[in-house]
Design a protein around this ligand. Structure first.
Ligand SMILES: Cc1cc2nc3c(=O)[nH]c(=O)nc-3n(C[C@H](O)[C@H](O)[C@H](O)COP(=O)(O)OP(=O)(O)OC[C@H]3O[C@@H](n4cnc5c(N)ncnc54)[C@H](O)[C@@H]3O)c2cc1C
Length: 427
């Protein structure tokens, strides 16, 4: 349907996981930035909607949702500055294929390429790798449609830029992003199975530094870890030469992190080298990522507490394992983005892919959060968690600055929603 303003109009529907129906009355899909500016200027309450992959109500609004999926598409590489500028609705899968075609690469990808760049950056979505910052750290500049319908541009190094990038959708609608790129590089991916917990915990730094990106998959029970996925840049180290890995042995066939799901939906494994764009994510663009029928939570913990935090999760296995499809352990490098869960500290990410039983999951989250609290665990903004602003604020030194920035850019609270009121603004 086309509205009077010329923008596409739809009912809001539900998120990717299907665990929530957006309360918003409608979704608008502007085709131009000028239409987007008119929409924002004329609304009393609205929020940007990305590709709907968050598991909580962070994207929701009591007013109008705005999807940039049909915004005039743009992927423009600047070879001199090694950047690419993308329009607000671009998905990583589309961007990665185009960059690879032109001979460029991003530094990292999340487990799935289906998510929008703007939505992923807004929640500090990350992949893995001791030296890899989250995806938001690649942002060199952004263009924001602010509450009055005006356009604000900001570049890395300018005042408040570090507060704007992981913006949780609270500052305005990001109409374009400029990201760092580098020359394309090949990656090979190898999976090892049945690693020994004791060996891994004694040598955790050796495990996570053994490839460009390392992920461990576990259900926390028993003495062994289900799988290790090693993504190696083949101009450097190559995990495919290894015959064993901390008590584990190489998988003989493509694997999926979740037992019983075919590995054919995952990116190329078995050490076969190929483009970064086909290896850095776990899941292929043309298939449903992960399981589909699931929920997710994740906690980012300062690296020095990694072993203790992992031991806590193993101790909680009796509560956690029955609700789990699988857990993933990753590493993320420190950054300076105010609301990034990796702000100021190298981190370990303890991720949980849950079965679709939200009441049971929500009953166990406070237990996990209480046990991980001594380590300063920061929850992933786009996944299910329990803590509110009173618990989150002490974890983020720049929380007050972010709230002041949001108040300045959105004085009437156009972009505020229940999630932000509860988890950030504390009202
Ligand atoms: C199967 C699956 C696998 C996942 N794997 C990972 C992973 O490997 N690593 C990880 O860290 N996370 C992962 N996630 C979580 C996911 O990356 C985040 O929830 C991400 O925010 C989703 O992006 P989206 O485009 O769907 O945004 P949405 O969920 O639609 O929105 C998220 C937030 O972004 C804001 N937003 C969206 N577009 C804009 C815009 N143009 N301007 C301003 N704000 C905007 C919204 O308002 C909202 O606040 C996974 C999720 C799923 C479903």
């Amino acid at each position: 349907m086309v509205s009077e303003a010329g923008t596409e109009l739809h009912t809001a529907g539900h998120n990717w996981a299907g665990n929530l129906r957006y309360a918003a009355a409608e979704v608008r899909e502007p085709a131009t930035v000028a239409q987007l500016q008119d929409l924002v200027a004329g609304a009393t309450k609205l929020r940007a909607l990305g590709s709907r992959h968050s598991f909580n109500r962070i994207a929701d609004t009591a007013g109008t949702l705005v999807s940039l999926e049909h915004l005039e598409p743009a992927i423009e590489v600047d070879p001199a500055n090694l950047t690419v500028t993308v329009s607000g609705g671009t998905r990583y899968g589309t961007l990665a294929a185009e960059l690879q075609r032109q001979g460029y690469a991003l530094h990292n990808l999340a487990s799935l390429p289906h998510i929008s760049v703007a939505g992923a950056v807004a929640t500090a979505t990350h992949g893995s790798g001791d030296r890899n910052g989250n995806l938001a750290t690649a942002v060199a500049g952004l263009e924001l449609v602010t509450a009055d319908g005006g356009i604000l541009t900001a570049r890395r190094g300018e005042p408040d830029f570090d507060g704007m990038v992981v913006g949780l959708g609270a500052l305005g609608i990001v109409s374009s992003l400029t990201l760092d790129v580098e020359p394309t590089f090949p990656v090979s991916q190898s999976v090892f199975e049945d690693l020994e917990w004791d060996q891994v915990l004694e040598n955790l730094d050796g495990v996570t530094s053994s490839a460009y990106s390392v992920s461990l998959f576990t259900d926390w029970s028993g003495d062994r870890i289900g799988q290790a996925w090693l993504k190696s840049r083949t101009e450097g180290e190559s995990a495919s030469q290894r015959t064993g890995f901390f008590g584990g042995s190489p998988a003989k066939e493509p694997r999926h992190p979740i037992a019983g799901v075919p590995g054919t939906t995952c990116t190329q494994q078995l050490g076969v080298p190929g483009p970064w764009s086909d290896r850095l994510a776990h899941f292929r663009m043309e298939f449903t990522p992960s399981k589909g029928d699931e929920l997710q939570s994740e906690y980012l913990i300062p690296r020095e507490h990694a072993v203790d935090a992992i031991q806590v999760m193993r101790r909680l296995s009796h509560l956690v394992t029955p609700l789990l499809l699988v857990s993933e352990i990753r590493t993320v490098a420190a950054d300076s983005l105010w609301l990034s869960p990796n702000y100021g500290t190298d981190s370990i990410g303890l991720h949980l892919t849950w079965r679709q039983d939200q009441p049971a999951v929500e009953a166990v989250l406070p237990v996990i959060e209480a046990e991980l609290a001594p380590f300063g665990a920061r929850p992933h903004w786009g996944k299910l968690f329990d803590g509110d602003a009173s618990r989150l604020a002490p974890l983020y030194p720049r929380f007050p600055d972010f709230k002041a920035l949001a108040d300045r850019l959105d004085p009437e609270g156009k972009f505020r929603n229940n999630f932000l009121d509860t988890k950030v603004f504390g009202s």
